[in-house]
Design a protein around this ligand. Sequence first.
Ligand code: NI
Length: 172
Amino acid sequence: MAVLPILRFPDPRLRLPCLPVLQIDDDLRKLATDMLDTMYAAPGRGLAGPQAGAMLRIFVMDVTWKDGIPSPRICLNPEILDWSDEVATCMEGCLSIPGVPAEVTRPAEITLQWTDLSGAVLEERLTGFAATCAQHELDHLYGRLCIDLMPEAARVAASPALAALAAAGAAA
Ligand code: NI
């Protein structure tokens, strides 16, 4: 059990595409457990591999624990199989971009396929915040961040906060 350091914007590793998970071994099981510990400690509801410095197609999420109902998911090699035409707009936070919430419009429902730690391939229709969270975490695996998807005016408004994060990163 370990809480990992969370990479912060504009760390270049947050912009790299991740490699598929090819082997579920002790190292990967430890990474997944540590990522959950890190997410809960942050505290957050989702964390993707690159945020923990692991350039692999893995994310963890638990969208209900803050309501007292833990529902941890460990998603290896996740893919979206289907999107709804209906969209939803949500204010998204990212543990790598603290203090810069992003208004993002995404498909309201998705069908997510992923492999769990036992190697089983699972598929589930996600709605509501779970759908938003999974899409946000999946974006991380392609090096995409929620700030990329903000309306232009909001991005301009957020630019001083982003510049401050960049300055803090350069000073660290
Ligand atoms: Ni994020």
